[in-house]
Design a binder for this molecule. Structure first.
Ligand SMILES: [Zn+2]
Length: 203
């Protein structure tokens, strides 16, 4: 039962993540205005907003203008739904599960925004760090608070070190202005994953 509930909840959250993935990097509010077809501007009705099913029933096309709708929308919804259900099966404990779901949602949003824009918005990174510390502080899950602070700082520190060292190698061991594949956003991401570090061990 819990897994079925988790699947439905996950598909709804996935639908919201589609909005976040599209709007957050563009600097548009994620709650307003209502979702529209990007081709014809037709405002989507409730029957067109049912996760996964609307896309399937409409044959992947806008109801109004018949323009194709990317299969990525139902894919993100299905992925979120499946991961939510899997988490519910692996750890059917509250409030732990709420934190796992939040972490899954954050990672999906970050992954797709990274694919689209090659950036990791700090608003999501810092929300993740905060949630990780909050979970640790309030319920001691996935690890206790001192551990969460420790591993968060260690994750950030390690990536910062690798960034410095990687930059040095990238510049063929000449010191100078740092260039390379690492950015500060990766340090933030590492801090977030670190703050959640115990999860992999406990799930
Ligand atoms: Zn349309």
């Amino acid at each position: 039962m819990l897994a079925v509930f988790a699947f439905v909840l996950g598909s709804l959250i996935g639908s919201f993540l589609n909005v976040v993935i599209y709007r957050l990097p563009a600097g548009i509010s994620v709650v307003w205005p209502r979702s529209r077809c990007p081709h014809c501007g037709h405002i989507l009705s409730p029957s067109e907003l049912v996760p996964i099913l609307s896309w399937v029933l409409q044959g992947g096309k806008c109801k109004s203008c018949q323009a194709p709708i990317s299969a990525r929308y139902p894919a993100v919804e299905a992925l979120t739904a499946l991961l939510f259900a899997a988490a519910a099966l692996l750890r059917p404990v509250f409030p732990d599960l709420l934190f796992i779901w939040a972490f899954i949602a954050l990672l999906i949003a970050l992954s797709f925004i990274d694919i689209d824009t090659k950036t990791l918005p700090n608003s999501l990174n810092f929300a993740g760090i905060l949630l990780g510390l909050l979970g640790a502080g309030l319920v001691g899950y996935p690890q206790d608070f001192p551990q969460a602070v420790d591993s968060g700082l260690m994750g950030a520190g390690l990536v910062a070190l690798f960034a410095g060292f990687g930059g040095l190698l990238y510049n063929r061991l000449k010191d100078g202005p740092r260039e390379g594949p690492f950015g500060l956003h990766l340090v933030h991401l590492a801090a977030m994953v670190g703050a959640w570090g115990g999860m992999l061990g406990t799930v």
